[in-house]
Write a protein that binds this ligand. Sequence first.
Ligand SMILES: NC(=O)c1ccc[n+]([C@@H]2O[C@H](COP(=O)([O-])OP(=O)(O)OC[C@H]3O[C@@H](n4cnc5c(N)ncnc54)[C@H](O)[C@@H]3O)[C@@H](O)[C@H]2O)c1
Length: 266
Amino acid sequence: MKLGIIGCGKMGSALVKGAVREGSIKADSVNVFDVIDSASKRLADEIGAAIASSNDDLIDSSDAVLLCVKPQDTVKMLEGLSSPAQSKLFISIAAGLKLQDLEKSLGENARVIRVMPNTPALVGKGASAFSRGTGATDEDANFVMNLLGSVGQVLEVPEKQIDAITGLSGSGPAYIYTVIEALADGGVLVGLPKDKALLLAAQTVAGAAEMVMQTGDHPASLRDQVASPGGTTIAGLAALESGKLRATLIDAVKAATVRSEELGKS
Ligand SMILES: NC(=O)c1ccc[n+]([C@@H]2O[C@H](COP(=O)([O-])OP(=O)(O)OC[C@H]3O[C@@H](n4cnc5c(N)ncnc54)[C@H](O)[C@@H]3O)[C@@H](O)[C@H]2O)c1
């Protein structure tokens, strides 16, 4: 399967680099194109892929096309294509852009899959979800499942859940980077060197996430196992409750979901 990447920015690069590294696609079957020449060149050089001369050229030489440009540019870009090939699979990662809008731009019966990935795909720890359009086949869904599955966890979901997934896992890495940075700052405040504090904070987040994934235990139960009566952890947890960490994270997911819905309407 020849895969074309339109838009070689952060997310397009993270997905394709991860998939090539994990072996789910071969670099010599990948074509890339970006309106910024240096962006196409950087990604092509990093993975050993070919550079197409235009979006039309890229689509001509691909079986599946991964659309990785900003939501506001995606429809404009699709409508500017000279021949949106009906026989190709189009996979869009644009936040907020609905299957119906993509199908309208590409023509009836277009094979379209809408994906919400996240950047940890770059290190094989992505969290992605996708929904298939009316023209997409089981084979198309399997291709996307394998592509995204090679760079992390992937779920097929009804499209009505995609905005919520955007607010949770699409934007979520940024929330967690903020948590890691803040934990490390706390470490510095109580006397640790910055580099050690950052390493311990990041590994603590990674380890706690792995505990949730591997044990299948509820996070509240895992938390209770760490917090002994009158101990250090419950003192820290009480401070988190006063600072409304949980309410703030819940609000963050809601705000990003609302923004994704707004982007879909504009
Ligand atoms: N960054 C994330 O964490 C994240 C997470 C989930 C989904 N997404 C989605 O991924 C998509 C890309 O986001 P990003 O953060 O990688 O953006 P980005 O700005 O890093 O990359 C977009 C790239 O598209 C290129 N581009 C713009 N118009 C083009 C055109 N007509 N033809 C070819 N290339 C064109 C730009 O030059 C740029 O290099 C967005 O639709 C976004 O909603 C991003």
